[in-house]
Write a protein that binds this ligand. Structure first.
Ligand SMILES: [Zn+2]
Length: 1025
């Protein structure tokens, strides 16, 4: 799954098109790495959540094993007693039960028409025993009876084999009816099964049938809503390894949230049209049909979908045939899928149009959209066409299905979802219109498509065993999408962008005391939902990049290919991947990968490597890096390694700038020493920032590096320059370095022409500016920023705002101009106002990359009539990207009436779709004139927001972070903290976002009280202000 761009920003991507407001929202979510967001196209965030750590911690694994052993002994004893008591009849639930206090045999309940049938030759059936279990806190079913299964995970004794779905979707009354025939096997003789169901009617027993053979009857059905489970009990025990099938009929109304099988709509020629679509990841398939909804319980699926004859339906696989049912409806029958997880099943009923093609390797590919928008689908089809063959070669495994459809859904909570063979997208994540969509959004679309396609192998073909390894799916897709995007367009220099957008974002998120390990123990749906965050996506992909860089050439790719072949159509865990890669490097060159990688996946945070030189000798030590001196690591996730890592430390020196050297720092070593040539002027570690750590040097070395940058910065790569800037500012914020070092370094930027370093500097300086905003030193901050940016502004004015440039050159231009507008650069502001006026009064279109800046500036400096003009355009444009830009630009106004009205409209679904509520609130919060109103609005409407987004932690996190990120005064902190602390407890959605928000607010207050004078003096001394 990919987050929406705004949210994903928090996962590390930028929105270059996005304008001030857009950027706001990202930086804000990162606790203001920027100021108002004009300045920085990067988005940062600190989303991180999680349950308790650690499935792969050896220490903990031991403890867990012991517990499991003890549990097994207890269960075995119970089992033996029960077996004796039941005269050796096959057991049913006991092996599945949690430890119970009392076990007793009871009478069988009356037989109902629920039934189970054997699909193999009938044999003599044993009699079942029904066990009732008393637990400390009994689970009570909806009918008041005891629910016999108390674990939120399903019993391990039942394995689904095949699901036969037969459904009817009625878009006139939004009713769904259907049945599912599930073929399954039991690994032991059980007289009951447990599966998932949520928010549906399992219809009357008369509607259920027995399939063939002499299978036991279904004697009882119980539903336990808290665990979203249904329990079926049978008249006799089932035989191990025999295939049975159970038919369950169901009905419900299409969901009005954005999960499960839900309804969406759009307007075509003035009339509202509806469609039905799915979003199952992670735990919502159970909301569409009863199923064994855990990723390791893979099965095949077939589908018959009855729909209005004027509509069409789509499924993971190809359509086999269509049959006329009556005058109004037809039934589509689809091919059976490959073996797959429930969360990857998808179906859609709509009236969309499509464009199609076929790849060089023979896969049929299509993109579906609302008929009026089909002209915006060509970019996505082109990316699909070029990326499937590239991935087939990269992964060494052919694309396993015969078709790949992609579809733009008008209402969609995430950015996209990798359903196997039927990928669903938010419209703005897939639709592109030449001349309208910015180059930043275009790159985002390419990245989203390549991300979802990477999942077709990594995630769909081989799936994590359980959600604690979600990072394997998302980290890999987030890394491989850079390779896929790079393949799509080499000129975009995607791997250069990785450092700025992924690594540096993850370093920020993971420097919080309230971060979490990549691999976390999660059980219930809210815990699972909560780990779709910057840690799983960005840190996951950053440590994968570090590993790839550390390994000998091709070992990573070969190991990956071996892993995919070995576990295809199955499941694997993190250690399976490390083992596959280690096996490929069979010369022992890489040692035990799991020893090294466990230190990065099983503990939160990362190290700063301190390098000090004495003559030719360098001494390297490591310590846990936290973003502020008043931050401590949360006790929620104690480190199994005492916050020490095995670090592949790379470096080069002034006398051999392209020569990479590597030292492996072990977690048990207190220091590592190595020698340099006596003539070396400086050492630069973490070459191209391919490692996931920061580096601090002694002051002499910092100064030597600064001198190099000022004399000839091109001797270092753009990635290394961006790395030095980001490390220096971050270390100073954490009080590990004087601010004079990064500020002095920033003077070299007067000569910088590359996007990466400039972006890193602007982002970090904006963080300072944001906190200083209400101080007397703020004017000197503005003066310094304008001094730094003036050479770039002059260059853009000389060559022309619309002059052609490279892809990254365009990003640089957007960053500079949006910063200039935000900082109040008079000529730039005036020009944007003129462009807005020409657009409004004469229809003169603004070039795609400048729209976000011009629209926002026009709204900031405009009238209510200008705002209404923007709102009208928002409601009438057909271009998905234009809609997004306008949505954010409208938040730029300084008019209190408009700000408050816009905030209230964000909860009115007739005006703003619920998928965009968080975006509007975050964008308004990023506006200095809207920040307080946004915080007040969130507090006043908290109950509504929580009700609406309880299952969307990302949305809640984005909102919380955005309205708190600028707070740097004690009284503001008191107001915000009082509210959020009183509204959260351990189980609340967004708890970690609140913890991080509190952490950031305190950090801002501390920074201001200790560094305001020093930094103000520096700005004044360097601007003459
Ligand atoms: Zn994904």
């Amino acid at each position: 799954m990919e987050q929406e761009m705004a949210a994903a920003m928090s996962a590390g991507y930028r929105v270059l098109e996005e304008d001030p407001a857009d950027q706001l929202d990202f930086q804000d979510s990162s606790s203001f790495r920027d100021d108002e967001g004009y300045l920085n196209p990067r988005i940062q965030s600190a989303g991180s959540h999680g349950g308790r750590i650690m499935r792969f911690s050896k220490e903990r694994a031991c403890t867990k094993r012991s517990a499991v052993l003890l549990l097994c002994v207890v269960l075995l004893a119970i089992f033996v007693i029960a077996v004796i008591a039941s005269l050796a009849r096959p057991q049913c639930m006991p092996p599945l039960q949690k430890p119970s206090v009392k076990v007793e045999a009871t009478e069988e309940t009356k037989t109902t028409s629920y039934s189970v049938a054997t699909t193999s030759a009938a044999t003599k059936e044993p009699t079942a025993t029904v066990i009732s279990v008393t637990t400390k806190s009994p689970a009570i079913a909806t009918n008041g009876e005891l629910f016999p299964w108390t674990d939120i995970r399903l019993p391990e004794t039942t394995k689904p084999v095949h699901y036969e779905l037969d459904m009817v979707t009625n878009l006139s009354n939004f009713k769904v009816t259907g049945s599912v025939n599930i073929t399954f096997r039991c690994t032991t003789g059980v007289n009951s099964i447990v599966m998932h169901t949520k928010s549906m009617n399992l219809t009357s027993p008369e509607r259920l049938q027995t399939l063939g053979g002499s299978a036991p009857a279904v004697t009882k059905m119980l539903i336990y809503e808290a665990h979203e489970q249904v329990y079926f009990e049978f008249s006799n025990a089932l035989k191990p390894s025999t295939e049975y099938s159970i038919i369950i009929s169901f009905s419900y109304k299409l969901s009005e949230t954005l999960a499960g099988y839900y309804r969406s709509s759009y307007t075509e020629k003035g009339s509202q049209r509806f469609l039905a679509t799915t979003q199952f990841e992670p735990t919502s398939a159970r909301q569409a049909f009863p199923c064994f909804d855990e990723p390791q319980l893979k099965a095949t699926f077939s589908m018959k979908m009855t729909r209005d004859k004027n509509l069409l339906s789509l499924f993971n696989t190809e359509l086999l045939k269509t049959t006329l049912i009556d005058d109004n409806s037809e039934q589509d029958v689809f091919k059976t899928t490959v073996k797959m997880s429930t969360y990857l099943v998808a179906f859609v009923v709509c009236d969309f149009a499509k464009i199609s093609n076929i790849t060089s390797s023979g896969t049929n590919i299509s993109v579906y959209t609302n008929p009026e928008k089909i002209g915006q689908a060509h970019l996505a089809l082109d990316v699909l066409q070029k990326t499937i063959p590239f991935y087939e070669s990269f992964f060494g495994v052919e694309y396993p299905l015969s078709k790949q459809d992609m579809i733009a859904i008008p209402d969609f909570s995430a950015g996209a979802m990798e359903n196997w063979g039927l990928i669903t997208y938010r419209e703005a994540s897939i639709l592109y219109q030449e001349g309208v969509t910015s180059s930043g959004r275009k790159e985002w679309i390419v990245q989203t498509v390549t991300h979802e396609l990477a999942h077709q192998w990594f995630g769909n073909l081989v799936t994590m065993e359980w959600w604690n390894d979600l990072w394997l799916n998302e980290g890999f897709a987030s890394f491989v999408m850079f390779l896929g995007s790079d393949n799509y367009n080499k000129e975009w220099k995607m791997m250069d962008q990785f450092t700025v957008f992924t690594t540096q974002n993850a370093l920020w998120v993971d420097s919080h005391g309230n971060s979490h390990p990549i691999s976390v123990d999660v059980k219930d749906p809210s815990e699972i939902n909560a780990i779709f965050d910057g840690i799983s996506y960005d840190k996951g992909s950053a440590i994968i990049r570090m590993l790839k860089d550390y390994l000998p050439d091709n070992v990573f790719q070969k190991g990956l290919q071996s892993y995919l072949k070995k576990f295809q159509f199955s499941n694997a865990n993190t250690n399976d991947l490390w083992n596959s890669i280690s096996e490929v490097a069979n010369d022992g060159a890489v040692g035990s990968l799991s020893d090294m990688m466990d230190t990065w996946t099983l503990q939160m945070g990362y190290p700063v490597v301190n390098l000090t030189r004495k003559g030719p000798q360098v001494c390297a030590t490591q310590e846990h890096f936290l973003h502020s001196p008043n931050v401590k690591p949360s006790p929620d996730f104690p480190s199994p390694y005492n916050y020490r890592w095995i670090i592949p430390l790379t470096y080069f020196t002034s006398d051999a700038m392209s020569e990479k050297k590597t030292k492996l720092m072990d977690k048990s070593q207190t220091e590592v020493r190595f020698n340099l040539d006596i003539n070396v002027r400086w050492i630069k570690a973490n070459m191209n920032q391919s490692g996931f750590y920061r580096v601090n040097y002694d002051v002499d070395n910092w100064n030597a590096l600064i001198n190099q940058l000022k004399e000839d910065h091109t001797q270092l790569t753009a990635a290394d320059r961006a790395n030095l800037v980001d490390d220096a500012f971050s270390l100073a914020w954490a009080d590990k370095l004087s601010h004079s070092i990064p500020l002095d370094m920033s003077l070299y930027l007067l000569k910088e022409h590359e996007y990466g370093p400039l972006s890193a500097a602007v982002s970090n300086l904006n963080k300072i500016g944001s906190v200083m905003r209400s101080t007397k030193g703020y004017s000197s901050f503005v003066a310094y920023m304008l001094k730094l940016l003036t050479p770039q502004i002059d260059h853009i004015n000389q060559t022309g705002w619309d002059a052609e440039t490279t892809h990254l050159g365009g990003f640089l231009k957007t960053t500079v101009l949006s910063s200039a507008v935000h900082l109040g650069h008079p000529e730039t502001v005036e020009h944007t106002k003129t462009l807005f006026r020409k657009w409004k009064e004469h229809g003169t279109l603004v070039s795609a990359d400048l729209r976000a800046i011009v629209y926002c500036s026009g709204i900031v400096h405009g009238t209510r009539d200008d705002w209404d003009f923007g709102w009208k355009k928002y409601n009438t444009t057909l271009a998905a990207s234009e809609k997004t830009v306008l949505l954010r630009a409208l938040s730029c106004t300084y008019d209190p009436f408009l700000i408050n009205r816009y905030l209230h409209w964000s909860l009115d679904e007739d005006k703003i779709s619920s998928q965009n509520t968080g975006t509007v609130i975050a964008a308004v919060a990023g506006n200095p004139a809207g920040a307080h109103a946004a915080l007040t609005f969130v507090i006043e409407n908290w109950d509504i927001l929580i009700e609406r987004y309880e299952d969307s932690p990302f949305e809640i996190s984005q909102i919380i972070k955005s309205v708190t990120s600028r707070i740097s005064r004690q009284f503001e902190y008191d107001q915000a903290s009082q509210f959020f602390i009183s509204h959260f407890n351990d189980s609340n959605t967004g708890k970690r976002a609140v913890q991080q928000a509190l952490e950031n607010m305190k950090s801002n207050i501390l920074w201001l009280s200790t560094h305001e004078v020093e930094v103000t003096n520096w700005f004044e001394a360097n601007t003459g202000s």
